[in-house]
Design a protein. Structure first.
Length: 137
């Protein structure tokens, strides 16, 4: 499985917000863009998706920007994947196109693996990543 640019940039954006010393501060996408060298317009697109998913909270105006809507320990990689519309599951064969015993067995196994991947991604939070604490995942 390979992480997409959307997921990587969303995680970096969220980690930037999680690392703010003042958790009540709203940070502008342009500030994150400058520090992380990510397109500001692309970050805004991701921020809108993260807002809709309840991961970040926006504020408009001169002191506006974004902050985490939940504690870093309560935001998992599954939350990020789902918020930006990316899939962490393995691809399955279309049974209408390939209906065989082997394809059915393959699909069953891939569904099982996808479930395991989801469980593991659910354990990894922004807090784990931020503190490089992988033992407790």
């Amino acid at each position: 499985m390979q992480l997409t640019t959307k997921v990587r940039y969303a995680v970096v954006f969220l980690l930037h917000l999680a690392n703010e010393t003042d958790q009540e501060k709203f940070t502008g996408a342009s500030e994150v863009s400058d520090k992380q060298r990510i397109s500001a317009s692309y970050l805004e697109q991701l921020a809108r998706k993260l807002r809709k998913a309840g991961v970040v909270e926006p504020r408009k105006g001169p002191t506006g920007g974004y902050k985490l809507a939940r504690e870093p320990k309560d935001i998992s990689l599954v939350d990020v994947f789902e918020a930006v519309g990316e899939n962490y599951a393995f691809n399955l064969y279309d049974l209408c196109m390939h209906e065989t015993v082997e394809v059915d067995a393959y699909n069953s196994y891939m569904l099982r693996i996808s479930g395991i991947v989801r469980q593991e991604l659910k354990k990894i939070t922004l807090e784990n990543i931020r503190k490089k604490n992988y033992e407790n995942c």
